[in-house]
Design a protein around this ligand. Structure first.
Ligand SMILES: Cc1cc2nc3c(=O)[nH]c(=O)nc-3n(C[C@H](O)[C@H](O)[C@H](O)COP(=O)(O)O)c2cc1C
Ligand SMILES: [Mn+2]
Length: 494
């Protein structure tokens, strides 16, 4: 393992080391004295004008103790940059490329830095911590963006961690927005069905690997803590909350523990919130709340932030909140797990964020193969929620290049015969295309288009030849004219 790689491994498992490394390599900027009301959010949004924005650490936040910090752009830091680009970058996030290891369950330890400060009962005051109003039309302050919402399945004991946004309602109450059908939602409903409040822990500052695992979509029953452990090659050290017994990382920065009563017992207005599709679509609705019984935090806690921003911003695509390369890797894994052969690449087109516009390149092997890939991509676990478009192309298309995908659409797609439209798919409140009356009634489904922009298999052999110089001949000519023609040195390989 070279130095860079061991630095990455250490940073992945330790937020403070990660920030230290980012500073050492000149990839971190401190912002002192910014206002948590809009200013921090605006500075973060402006940082996304760069494809690879620096890590920003906000200190001395107006009205809060100087040591309470907020860090953004952490998971997209250069600390984790392996230099891979395009499909190679996607491949690097695939499980089997990471010498797929079995999940490593967490280990319970007696105590940890998270218990440096314990606030219980009357001492609970959520307002003591900086919670930004990130976007201009946000309906409140959000302390949880790059966060973990931790619940335990009462039947199986499975502990699920999901990243779901968390709004401050008052000094003892948080509002958590979990879209219907997410694991955290399915689990909390089991408590509510028995008339009980759901025990819940919310961590709003933690190691990058835990943020990544919580935003990812391993199947039901899989502990995100164990997925994170596998990624690190060692178990995550956990401690237990005093009120709920729920686990959280021993080195968590700031943790809220409490109970979420059934919505009919208590709900509060949540939102609006600027969302990654680029709108405030979910508007304001009543949502269940976390009644906070205890707060645990390290000295000078660091809140990790990753509020969503409009997905056309250059820094969004592979940024912490976008992670399109990671979701492309997950889709590629699931296509293969579902038995789709010949998958040569998976990509998320910019502008569609990590979910809306999916491209799958296949080496067509049999009639119906493209359809198989398209149907699985439109419906499999990591990609089922909030999709819109799946485009299947032949493997000679460079799917990381928008012009090439457009060329496939322009020249290999007969809209009438090479399209499926599927209705009634899983979407959520943040989908701007849900009409008001369907939103009101909770009918949160949408339609998908699957486009087969491939040479029709039945007459593939007769498909007109592509007009492009062959790689071999291009190289021959390149060799012959090398040194004599400047433009050849600047050209790309075929
Ligand atoms: C920065 C960020 C914020 C997110 N906010 C929410 C949210 O507010 N509600 C939600 O349902 N999903 C949200 N997600 C997506 C979930 O984290 C994702 O669907 C994950 O798979 C949920 O975990 P689960 O599969 O265990 O339910 C967010 C993801 C990221 C990266
Ligand atoms: Mn899960």
């Amino acid at each position: 393992m070279d130095n860079r790689e061991s630095m990455r491994a250490e940073a992945l498992g330790d937020l403070r080391k990660c920030l230290q490394f980012a500073e050492e390599i000149g990839n971190l900027e401190y912002v002192d004295g910014a206002d948590s009301d809009l200013e921090i959010g605006a500075l973060y949004e402006l940082s996304l004008d760069e494809e690879k924005p620096p890590v920003l650490v906000f200190r001395d936040i107006k009205g809060y103790p100087p040591g309470h910090r907020i860090a953004v752009n952490v998971r997209s830091s250069e600390v984790f940059d392996s230099g891979a680009k395009g499909l190679e970058l996607v491949q690097s996030y695939r499980k089997h490329r990471q010498k797929k290891r079995d999940p490593i369950p967490p280990v319970t330890v007696a105590t940890g830095p998270v218990f440096e400060n314990v606030l219980d009962g009357d001492a609970v005051n959520v307002d003591a911590f900086p919670a930004p109003r990130w976007h201009q039309d946000d309906g409140g302050r959000y302390i949880g963006t790059e966060c973990m919402v931790i619940v335990r399945d009462p039947d199986s004991g499975w502990v699920n961690c999901g990243t779901y946004r968390v709004q401050v309602h008052d000094s003892k109450t948080l509002c958590v927005f979990i879209e219907h059908g997410k694991h955290g939602d399915m689990i909390r409903r089991k408590y509510w069905a028995k008339g009980e409040a759901c025990p819940m822990v919310v961590s709003v500052g933690q190691a990058p690997v835990l943020g990544a695992a919580s935003a990812a979509t391993p199947g039901p029953g899989v502990w995100e803590f164990a997925v994170a452990g596998a990624r690190l090659g060692r178990p995550i050290e956990i401690v237990e909350g005093r009120h709920t017994g729920l686990p959280f990382a021993a080195d968590s920065e700031l943790v809220f523990e409490g109970f979420m009563p059934p919505p009919e017992v208590r709900s509060e207005a949540e939102g609006p919130f600027g969302e990654w599709p680029g709108y405030y679509a979910s508007s304001t609705r009543p949502e269940p709340v976390l009644e906070v019984k205890a707060i645990y935090h390290r000295n000078d806690p660091i809140i990790t932030g990753a509020p969503p921003m409009k997905p056309t911003l250059p820094g969004f695509w592979h940024g912490t909140a976008g992670s399109s390369h990671i979701r492309a890797a997950a889709l590629w894994d699931e296509l293969e797990a579902a038995g789709v052969p010949g998958v040569k690449g998976v990509w998320k087109l910019p502008g569609g964020g990590p979910r809306f516009i999916n491209v799958v390149a296949i080496q067509q092997m049999h009639a119906g193969h493209a359809k198989m890939a398209g149907l699985v991509a439109a419906g499999c676990g990591s990609n089922a929620y909030l999709g819109r478009i799946v485009i299947v192309v032949d493997d000679d298309i460079d799917i990381t290049n928008n012009a090439e995908v457009n060329w496939a659409l322009a020249t290999r797609w007969d809209p009438k015969t090479q399209t499926d439209i599927v209705d009634g798919c899983w979407t959520g409140y943040i989908d701007p295309m849900i009409p008001p009356e369907r939103r009101e009634s909770g009918d949160l489904s949408n339609s998908r288009i699957i486009i087969y922009a491939v040479r029709p298999f039945a007459w593939k052999k007769d498909y007109p030849k592509v007009n492009a110089v062959s790689g071999d001949y291009a190289n021959e000519v390149r060799r012959k004219w090398a040194g004599k023609l400047d433009f050849l040195a600047r050209g790309r390989d075929r």
